[in-house]
Design a protein around this ligand. Structure first.
Ligand code: MEZ
Length: 597
């Protein structure tokens, strides 16, 4: 064959080969696009508007679990949450909700059906763009990724304890990665309502409240039936004022003061006007983490805590929604992943009598941190000590803060009669409600009490509150005997005037119930807090079954046991997260950066 023909044939074969390769690649790409363009998803809606993949995901089409990165494509076109909220004219404005500055991708998913996150607790009939897909549709397959990231400190759980630990560790010189398994940061802390207990603060001094660390210690031990670890309670009380100062120094408003059950004085600190404490604190902590460029990753579930042959912690194995499975090497790990109130199986295993009870907790409170710790030999304590909160709005998961009672509301049963000192400890108040007809009670208050606490506006907004111009009208609205309710309120107002609640011995009656309108909220007890968890020492080091600290492992917040004993006082949870979060951050950073070079 002539040489020119050979060259020509080789050229034609090469051309056919190249064309085939390109055709296969294009076919695969089309197939892939079709696979990720499920009908009704945001991806498809955007495609229909001729918005390309690259316009959202950039030239590399890379996706990430980092909270800022995952959020950017939406903000670029639609504006920030605050800007979107201004355009939203609906009765219930989800963009303006108490959740604060959260990521768009908490609710809006690109390639799978979008879901309104708050519907996990609330029962609104709310549709959002991109939610109209096959309900059985599965999440996109997770990619495996053996890549390793490296940092000084990993924090598991982005609630108040996790954020505080991350910020403190960062400020102490450590490189930090904060991991949150939920699509949203904030954990249960974001839902904390009543306030943060602290003794001997500048705010108390300004308002003339005399308090001391010793009094807070005694109240906390008494509330916990003296089964608390006194060393940890001492730290909680003695460092509480410093924690308030720290929060104020990073931008928090803790100016309002109230009294919660079991406290001898007003020591529950919250934002001006009695606004919800948790959402505010989480916003402040989120902003501080963001300003410091701390790497916060959402949808990132820790599968295991890794250790070397000497038992020292060496990092974690994580499963990220986008990253897949990977390893983060770290010298220290702080577990701050909360309790297990939302894990019905775990609750029932420790307290079978609580089977089927509602919970005030967010869906991520499933006790993962406790299991992670136990797997590597951590000691757990007080696991049976599970707290029931007396006032969850009946038939819902919405907590009605203890501050409503603290500011003056009373509890009556379906017959319109009081039956308990409303400011007794939670276990006693819950037990008393469970003895009433249908295990339901009503919080009753008036216009003055409503005005004293901003949080009540939220309950009105959620249509949980019945009202009447007179007590008679209110009684008829809730279906209870008007004569009984009127007699109950008259007796209570007399007790207020004489400062003596002879029948129920309520220690503090800040307001009478006299000023129309009158209001009622139906409530019932629900699982609220798990006092047990990982055993720690005063430096927040996790203690192993051999009684020695597990090297490199720290824990703070509800995931730990010992601070609250058998029963936690309202307002001590946020207090614990900030104080012990700071201790954990400081010690983990010291261990990782200085001691462990
Ligand atoms: O600390 C709490 O759990 C708390 C104050 C709850 C509440 O009733 O608001």
């Amino acid at each position: 064959m002539p040489k020119t023909s050979k060259i020509l044939i080789t050229f034609i074969l090469a051309f056919i080969f190249m064309a085939t390769v390109v055709w296969i690649a294009m076919a695969q790409q089309t197939q892939k696009s079709a696979a990720i363009l499920k009908p009704g998803t945001l991806a498809e809606i955007h495609k229909a508007k001729e918005i390309t993949c690259k316009q959202c995901h950039g030239d590399s089409l890379k996706v990430d679990d980092n909270e800022k990165v995952v959020n950017q494509p939406c903000i670029k076109c639609h504006g920030t949450l605050e800007e979107v909220a201004k355009k939203d004219k609906g009765h219930i404005n989800a963009h303006k909700s108490h959740l604060g500055e959260i990521s768009c991708t908490v609710c809006h998913y690109g390639h799978t059906a979008s879901k309104v996150y708050c519907l996990k607790c609330h029962g609104f009939d709310m549709q959002i763009p991109g939610s109209n897909t096959d309900k059985k549709e599965r999440q996109a397959k997770i990619k495996k990724d053996e890549a390793k990231d490296k940092t000084d400190v990993v924090v598991i759980g982005a609630g108040a304890a996790g954020f505080t630990a991350a910020i403190t560790a960062h400020d102490a010189g450590a490189k930090v990665i904060l991991l949150e398994k939920q699509p949203i940061t904030g954990g249960n802390s974001m839902l904390a309502a009543g306030g943060m207990n602290a003794a001997n603060t500048k705010i108390q001094a300004k308002k003339g409240v005399k308090d001391s660390a010793e009094l807070m210690f005694n109240d906390t031990m008494k509330g916990g039936k003296n089964t608390n670890n006194p060393e940890l309670v001492k730290i909680l009380a003695e460092r509480s004022a410093e924690s308030i100062d720290w929060l104020i120094s990073i931008g928090a408003d803790m100016n309002d003061l109230g009294r919660l059950a079991g406290a001898s004085v007003e020591r529950s600190h919250r934002p001006t006007g009695g606004a919800v404490v948790g959402a505010h604190l989480i916003n402040v902590l989120r902003k501080n983490a963001s300003d410091r460029n701390i790497d916060v990753r959402v949808n990132s579930n820790v599968l295991q805590i890794l250790r070397d042959q000497k038992g020292r912690v060496t990092g974690v194995q994580v499963e990220g929604k986008h990253r897949g499975i990977y390893i983060i090497e770290a010298k220290a790990v702080i577990v701050a992943s909360g309790g297990f109130s939302a894990n019905a199986t775990m609750v029932e295993s420790y307290r079978p009598e609580f089977k089927g009870m509602t919970t005030s907790n967010q869906p991520g409170a499933t006790g993962d941190g406790i299991k992670l710790g136990e797997t590597i030999g951590a000691q757990v304590i007080d696991m049976k000590d599970i707290q029931i909160h007396p006032t969850i709005a009946a038939g819902s998961k919405i907590l009605i803060t203890e501050a409503v009672r603290g500011n003056g509301a009373i509890l009556v049963n379906k017959d319109g009669k009081r039956f308990v000192n409303e400011l007794t400890t939670r276990d006693a108040a819950s037990a008393a409600i469970l003895k009433q007809r249908d295990k339901v009670a009503y919080l009753i208050f008036d216009e003055n009490i409503r005005k004293s606490l901003k949080q009540i506006e939220g309950y009105i907004h959620l249509e949980l509150v019945k009202e009447g111009q007179t007590l008679k009208e209110l009684a008829s609205a809730v279906g209870m005997p008007a004569d009984n309710l009127e007699a109950t309120i008259e007796a209570y107002n007399k007790a207020f005037d004489t400062k003596n609640d002879e029948e129920f011995k309520r220690p503090n009656m800040p307001r009478p119930i006299r000023t129309p309108k009158f209001y009622a909220i139906a409530v019932q007890p629900g699982i609220h807090y798990t006092m047990g968890g990982l055993k720690i020492d005063g430096l927040t080091r996790v203690i192993g079954k051999d009684g020695k600290p597990i090297e490199g492992l720290f824990a703070a917040g509800e995931v730990t046991g010992g601070v609250h004993g058998a029963n936690r006082l309202g307002g001590n949870s946020i207090s614990e997260t900030i104080t012990f979060g700071r201790i954990a951050g400081t010690n983990a950073a010291r261990y990782a950066v200085k001691d462990n070079k």
